[in-house]
Design a protein around this ligand. Structure first.
Ligand code: URP
Ligand code: ZN
Ligand code: ZN
Length: 459
């Protein structure tokens, strides 16, 4: 099948220009003026932006967290992603049984996603404990297309600094990226216990128990370990506050290389006042929402290129069910919030339309950089001949209000309810096929393919 996207305004990290795109089969065949090809379906895009399909490298589909399971499986979650303009995800695999190896979880996740995902997907490994076998297994994971591994510095399956250092060193050798959830576990535990003992158990104290400096300390520490490991590629997930960004800038100023920073839609747009609302449990996530000043500092960091990626940490639990576990005690509330469907639209409106970031930076941080950092560029993340025919058409003139009833995720709320958005996603294509049009899902169950990712080039 051939498609011509006619006269759209094409956006890349460095250019904005008007042209036609010819997609032949699954790939972009040609970009130019007045393209013709016999039998091609023509989609008019005049006056609209044509951008690469969104790439969200931080999701948790079907995540088992304690006794709660995230409510989007790989079908519902990727339908939501597709309708929201995201055509590739890299999912953070959850913790497996005690002592399980990396491939145990990889096999589990292939079962969870295969035959369900409607868009292309990859997985990050999760190092929930470290020994010689696990370190040796990292090479096999790379060969199996999993070129990144995540380390948690908090939660029950956290690693200590010595273990984190070993993972960084081995991943550096293999050319892979180590992603870190940075929060100082002891500090967080101290505050959680203190507030519980004082009877302070409302969602507001979730935020209070995870202060900015608990995150920033862990960021600075992990950057030191990465430096010790010879500037091993290190990726900070869901960076949420000014102090953490300062730690990154300090390390870069000292010459440290291969530091990648991700923030998420919620840390740019939502603030801690939400925890005072009667539905504050909806926003219980770690790190928590911060202040307006933190949000604005993150926007500045994104605009300046200090932050490379905007992802979502999509981890949906129903407000009416799972989140209610925290009704009398915030520490019992499963952590996480939905966002895979909202990211592309919310950041376009709050970032580009409000002139906080350029259109080029938007594409770079939401499409190109994530694919580049995690080893699947230029198949994804850019519109150029030879790349996958993954694209999104946005009409910047349309406006609407984001409400839960227009969402496709299985979760019972959106954290962005009532947000007035400028710019609307009209059409989404994945490998040359329309997967969403006018907010209606048009793809196929199981059409998504596993993305066999390559090592990160950190030469
Ligand atoms: O609260 C969050 N972020 N839940 C998902 C797991 C994680 O920490 O990324
Ligand atoms: Zn995390
Ligand atoms: Zn996460």
């Amino acid at each position: 099948m051939k498609t011509i996207i006619r006269q759209g305004t094409i956006v890349s990290p460095s250019e904005i220009y008007e042209a036609d795109i010819l997609i032949d089969g699954e790939k972009i065949a040609c970009i130019g003026r007045n393209l013709e090809s016999e039998g091609a379906k023509v989609i008019e895009a005049r006056g609209k932006y044509v951008i690469p399909g969104g790439v969200d490298v931080h999701t948790h589909m079907d995540l088992l967290a304690g006794n709660s399971r995230a409510v989007d499986d790989f079908y519902d979650g990727t339908v939501a992603a597709a309708c929201g303009g995201t055509t590739a995800i890299v999912d953070h695999m959850g913790f497996g049984p005690d002592g399980c190896n990396l491939h145990y979880q990889l096999n589990e996740y292939h079962h969870l996603a295969d035959g369900k995902a409607v868009i292309d997907y990859g997985f990050h490994g999760t190092a929930q404990h470290v020994n010689q076998d696990i370190l040796d297994e990292l090479e096999g994971m790379m060969e199996d297309g999993v070129s990144s591994v995540k380390v948690y510095l908090t939660y029950d399956r956290r690693l200590n600094d010595g273990e984190a250092l070993q993972v960084l060193k081995r991943m550096k050798k293999l050319g892979g990226v180590t992603a870190f959830h940075c929060e100082n576990h002891e500090v967080v535990e101290y505050y959680r216990n203190m507030y519980r003992e004082q009877g302070c158990t409302s969602p507001y104290y979730h935020a209070k128990s995870r202060p900015n400096l608990a995150e920033a300390e862990a960021v600075a520490r992990i950057l030191s370990l990465a430096r010790l490991a010879g500037d091993a590629p290190v990726y900070i997930v869901h960076l949420s506050c000014e102090e953490s960004l300062e730690a990154v800038l300090d390390a870069r100023k000292k010459g440290q290389k291969n530091i990648f920073v991700e923030t998420c839609t919620q840390y740019l747009t939502l603030t801690e006042e939400r925890y005072m609302d009667k539905d504050g449990l909806k926003y219980v996530m770690s790190p928590p929402l911060r202040t307006r000043e933190d949000c604005e500092r993150l926007w500045e960091g994104l605009a300046a290129g200090d932050i490379q990626v905007v992802a979502t940490d999509h981890c949906p639990f129903n407000y009416g069910i799972e989140k209610q576990l925290g009704r009398d005690d915030f520490t019992k509330c499963p952590n996480g919030a939905p966002g895979v469907e909202e990211r592309m639209s919310v950041i376009f409106s709050e970032g580009v339309m409000k002139k906080r970031i350029s259109l080029n930076r938007y594409v770079e941080a939401l499409c190109t950089n994530p694919a580049r950092i995690y080893g699947f560029y230029p198949e994804k993340g850019i519109l150029q001949p030879g790349s996958d025919g993954d694209l999104v058409i946005i009409d910047p003139k349309k406006e609407y209000v984001l409400t839960h009833d227009r969402m496709h995720s299985a979760v019972d709320y959106t954290a962005y309810e009532g947000m007035k958005l400028k710019g609307q996603i009209e059409l989404v294509m994945q490998r040359g096929s329309v997967v969403a049009e006018g907010n209606v899902f048009k793809g196929k169950r199981g059409a998504g393919r596993f993305i066999h990712r390559r090592p990160h080039d950190n030469a």
